[in-house]
Design a binder for this molecule. Structure first.
Ligand code: ARG
Length: 230
């Protein structure tokens, strides 16, 4: 008889939405980025395996709830509403929202006032911010256009189909490097990104926090920031 001496490593399914460079994007058919490297590094340190799946952003939280996903690594902001249904790791990155327009537009923050069409990714904090601060009070009277992928937000902005987009500033800046779009305003929302797990999955959350702590302390976090932001 043959006996296996090793124990199979636990394998977790990680959900993301890969239209959020440099945190997660598709390059040569592969899902890559800061969050992907981060979660793979944590997995290596803690001795588990990961398989990354690219799905729509608003399917990530339902995926954790149904058990089709174990982990979400998606530049996801820790919010009180989300904390009610999922659990977050310690924070790993800070960001604000921003306003992105066509590079030939002379618009500023006021592009969010009046009859303009604004694009957001469905279910994001940018989406919620526009609804709560602009639509509710009829400051914005044009259309709020909801997209599943930021790739199509950027395409519509470049084509002049929408007047502005509201999204996380580091991502808006990354898109502005290779597309005819510019960041014209920052909206100070003070967001912190966390890795998420299903509600009550304390064991996995402890593994992720332990790995994250090591990544922060052993210089890997700094290397990742250099790799993706400099
Ligand atoms: N930080 C924002 C939020 O949590 C946007 C995240 C979008 N992430 C993505 N991978 N598309 O709502």
């Amino acid at each position: 008889a043959t006996f296996s001496t090793g124990v199979m490593a636990q394998r977790y399914v990680v959900g993301t939405n890969a239209s959020f460079p440099p945190f997660e994007y598709v390059e040569d058919g592969e899902i890559v980025g800061f969050d992907i490297d981060l979660v793979k590094e944590i997995a290596k340190l803690q001795g588990f395996e990961v398989e990354v799946r690219d799905i729509s952003f608003d399917s990530l939280i339902p995926g954790l709830a149904s058990g089709s996903l174990d982990i979400v690594a998606a530049g996801m902001t820790i919010t009180a509403d989300r904390e009610k249904v999922i659990d977050f790791s310690d924070p790993y990155y800070s960001a604000n929202q921003s306003v992105l327009v066509h590079e030939e537009s002379d618009a500023n923050l006021t592009v969010l006032f009046g009859n303009h069409d604004v694009g957001v990714q469905t279910g994001t904090t940018g989406d919620t911010w526009v609804r709560d601060n602009l639509l509710e009070d009829e400051i914005l009277t044009g259309e709020l256009r909801n997209y599943d992928s930021y790739v199509f937000v950027i395409r519509d902005l470049a084509n002049g189909n929408i007047d502005a987009a509201v999204l996380d500033k580091p991502v808006a800046e990354t898109y502005s490097q290779n597309n005819p779009v510019n960041v014209v305003a920052e909206i100070i929302t003070g967001e912190e990104y966390g890795i998420a797990v299903g509600e009550g999955n304390e064991e996995l959350l402890a593994e992720i926090n332990a790995g994250l702590e090591k990544v922060k302390n052993n210089g890997t976090m700094e290397k990742l920031i250099q790799k993706y932001f400099e």
